[in-house]
Design a protein around this ligand. Structure first.
Ligand SMILES: NC(=O)c1ccc[n+]([C@@H]2O[C@H](COP(=O)([O-])OP(=O)(O)OC[C@H]3O[C@@H](n4cnc5c(N)ncnc54)[C@H](O)[C@@H]3O)[C@@H](O)[C@H]2O)c1
Ligand SMILES: O=CCCC(=O)O
Length: 489
C-alpha cells in the first residue's frame, strides 16, 4: 500500500504547551515563553518540565525499552521511514517553526528540515545493518562470535542552532538501535522538537520510545543531573557548549554511562596560495556566514597566505556587500537575520572590541545592524593574532577573523594550537600539500577545497575538547549499542 503522508495545516498546530511523555501530551504545572529573536514576540508558551518529570520520563522510557529492544530491525526501520516521509511532507511548516524560534533564514531552515529528515532516512537504513562478527579462534573446541545489542535508555540534551537536525541525528540513531529516548531540547527551540515528536507519534513510535521534556534554563541543570546520574539511563548524548558538556561528562561518571558529546569548535579555514581564490571566497562566505555564523562548524579562524591575503580580503568584502540581504528571516530573499539573543550579540561585540584594542583592523561591519534588535553586521577583521579572543574563543557569530601566514608549517602550528578540534578546512591545488595538511590538522572533520561538509552518511564529531563519539554514518548506531562477545564451548 503506498504511504500517504498527512500535511499538518499550519505551523501554529505544532505549538503546544505540553510535554510528550510515554505517548501522552502532558500538561505540566509550569510554563515559559519562547521568544522570536526577530522581534522578541512570544512564539508560544512551552511546558517547563522539572526533576520529577525527568524521573518519570526515565521510568517510562525504561519500561518501553523492554519491548522496543525486542522488535525486529525492519519494524524499527519502517517506523523511521514513515517518520522521514512525514517530516518531508511537513517541510514548510517545520521550517517556519525553526525560523520563528531561532531566526534562521527560511531557505536555510528548509535546508535544515531536509537535513534533519536525511538522518531519519539514513538511520532507518542503518537499523538493518547492526551486524555482529564471527571470530576465528585459536582453540578448535570453541566458537567465538559477537553481537550488537541496544544499550538501554538514552538521554539527550540538544542546542538551539539546529533544533530539528540535532534531534533526529541523535534520537533516530538510538531508536534505530533499539533504544528508547528521553530528550530535553534547548529552551529557545522546544517546539521544533515537539513537532518532530508529533510526527514520530503519527509514524507509529510506540508510547515511551521517545519522550520530550522541554524546560526553562532554570530547570536545565536539575534535568541534566537526573538524566546523567539515573541508574536506568545507559547512555547520554549531548550537543552544545564545551562548558556544559564537561559538567554532564562529570555527572555521568558516577554510574559509568556511555557518553557522546558534540561540543564547540574553533574551525581553522586555511587559504593556501595555489588555491582557486574565487572558490575560497565562495566557500568562506558559506562556511562563515551561514546562519549568521552560529554553527559549531563555522570557520572561526581564517588563515590566508600572505601572497593572496589582500586580494582575498577585497573579494570577501565585495561578496558580503553583494550577496547578503538583511531582514525578516521569514522572507525567502533574506539571507541574514537576527542573532539568537542579546547575550550572543554582546559576545560578538566584545570580541570586536578586544581585537581593536590589540591591533586588529575592522575592515567591514563591526557593529550592531541598522535593523536593531539582535542584528549584527557581517564583520571582517584583519591583522588578527592568536592572542585575540576572536582567535582563541569560539565566536558563534558573523565575524571573519583573518590571520596572515607565510608557510605551511607556521599555519599548521597555529591551527593546531588549541584544545578545540571539531572541523577544519583548507584550500590548495597542491596535491601533496592536500594530503599532508589533511592528515596533520588536529580535527575530527576536514573539508579539502570544500566549506560545507555535513552529510548523514559522514561521521560527524570532534577530537580534543570538541567531543566524544560520532554521529551519522555507518558508526552512528554504535553510540547506542553494546558489543556482546559470546564464547561457545
Ligand atoms: N559539535 C556539534 O555538533 C555542535 C552542534 C551544535 C552546537 N554546538 C555547540 O553548542 C554551543 C551553542 O549552544 P548553546 O549556547 O545552546 O550551548 P549550551 O551548552 O548553553 O546549551 C545546550 C543545551 O544544554 C542545556 N544546558 C545548559 N546548561 C546545562 C546544564 N548545566 N545541565 C544540563 N543542561 C544544560 C541547554 O538548556 C541546552 O539544551 C556552541 O558551543 C556550539 O559550538 C555543537
Ligand atoms: O552546529 C552544529 C551542527 C552543524 C552541522 O551538522 O552541520
Amino acid at each position: 500500500k503506498p504511504l500517504i503522508f498527512r500535511r499538518i495545516s499550519s505551523m501554529a498546530n505544532f505549538i503546544t504547551d505540553k510535554a510528550y511523555i510515554n505517548g501522552e501530551w502532558r500538561s505540566v504545572p509550569g510554563s515559559f515563553n519562547v521568544l522570536n529573536p526577530l522581534n522578541g514576540e512570544v512564539v508560544g508558551k512551552a511546558a517547563d518540565c522539572d526533576r520529577s518529570l525527568a524521573e518519570e520520563s526515565v521510568k517510562h522510557a525504561h519500561a518501553a525499552f523492554q519491548s522496543w529492544k525486542n522488535t525486529g530491525a525492519k519494524t524499527r526501520a519502517d517506523v523511521l521511514k514513515k517518520w522521514y516521509g512525514l517530516i518531508l511532507a511537513n517541510q514548510e511548516c517545520l521550517a517556519e517553526l525553526v525560523t520563528k524560534e531561532n531566526g534562521k533564514p527560511i531557505k536555510e531552515s528548509m535546508g535544515e528540515i531536509a537535513y534533519a529528515a536525511s538522518f531519519v532516512e539514513w538511520l532507518a537504513e542503518e537499523a538493518k545493518r547492526t551486524y555482529g562478527t564471527t571470530i576465528p579462534t585459536s582453540n578448535a573446541n570453541k566458537r567465538l562470535i559477537s553481537i550488537k545489542q541496544p544499550i538501554g535508555v538514552a538521554a539527550m540534551i540538544t542546542p538551539w542552532n539546529f533544533p530539528a537536525a540535532m534531534i533526529t541525528r541523535k534520537a533516530c540513531a538510538a531508536i534505530a538501535a533499539g533504544c528508547t529516548v528521553v530528550l530535553k531540547p534547548a529552551e529557545d527551540t522546544p517546539f521544533s522538537a515537539l513537532a518532530l515528536a508529533k510526527l514520530g507519534e503519527e509514524a507509529g513510535l510506540p508510547a515511551g520510545v521517545l519522550n520530550i521534556i522541554p524546560s526553562s534554563r532554570e530547570h536545565a541543570q536539575e534535568i541534566g543531573e537526573v538524566i546523567c546520574t539515573h541508574p536506568d539511563v545507559a547512555a547520554v548524548s549531548f550537543t552544545g557548549s564545551t562548558a556544559t558538556g564537561k559538567i554532564l561528562l562529570g555527572l555521568a561518571s558516577s554510574t559509568v554511562k556511555k557518553v557522546s558529546l558534540e561540543l564547540g569548535g574553533l574551525a581553522p579555514f586555511i587559504a593556501f596560495e595555489s588555491a582557486d581564490l574565487k572558490k575560497v571566497v565562495a566557500n568562506a562566505m558559506a562556511c562563515k556566514f551561514r546562519y549568521m555564523g552560529q554553527t559549531c562548524v563555522c570557520a572561526n579562524r581564517i588563515f590566508v597566505q600572505e601572497s593572496i591575503h589582500d586580494e582575498f580580503v577585497e573579494q570577501l568584502i565585495a561578496a558580503i556587500k553583494n550577496e547578503l540581504k538583511f531582514g525578516d528571516p521569514l522572507d525567502s530573499k533574506v539571507t541574514f537575520g537576527p542573532m539568537i539573543n542579546e547575550k550572543a550579540v554582546q559576545k560578538v561585540e566584545s570580541q570586536v572590541e578586544d581585537a581593536i584594542k590589540n591591533g586588529g583592523k575592522v575592515v567591514c561591519g563591526g557593529k550592531r545592524g541598522k535593523l536593531g534588535g539582535t542584528f549584527f553586521e557581517p564583520t571582517v577583521i584583519t591583522d588578527v593574532t592568536p592572542s585575540m579572543r576572536c582567535c582563541n574563543e569560539e565566536t558563534f557569530g558573523p565575524i571573519a577573523s583573518i590571520i596572515k601566514f607565510s608557510t605551511e608549517k607556521e599555519v599548521l602550528a597555529m591551527a593546531n594550537d588549541t584544545r578545540s578540534g571539531l572541523a577544519g578546512y583548507f584550500f590548495s591545488n597542491d596535491v601533496a600539500q592536500c594530503w599532508r595538511v589533511a592528515e596533520q590538522l588536529e580535527v575530527g572533520m576536514v573539508g579539502i577545497n570544500e566549506g560545507l561538509i555535513s552529510a548523514p552518511e559522514a561521521p560527524f564529531g570532534g577530537v580534543k575538547e570538541s567531543g566524544l563519539g560520532r554521529e551519522g554514518s555507518q558508526v552512528a548506531l554504535d553510540e547506542f549499542s553494546e558489543i556482546k562477545y559470546m564464547c561457545w564451548g
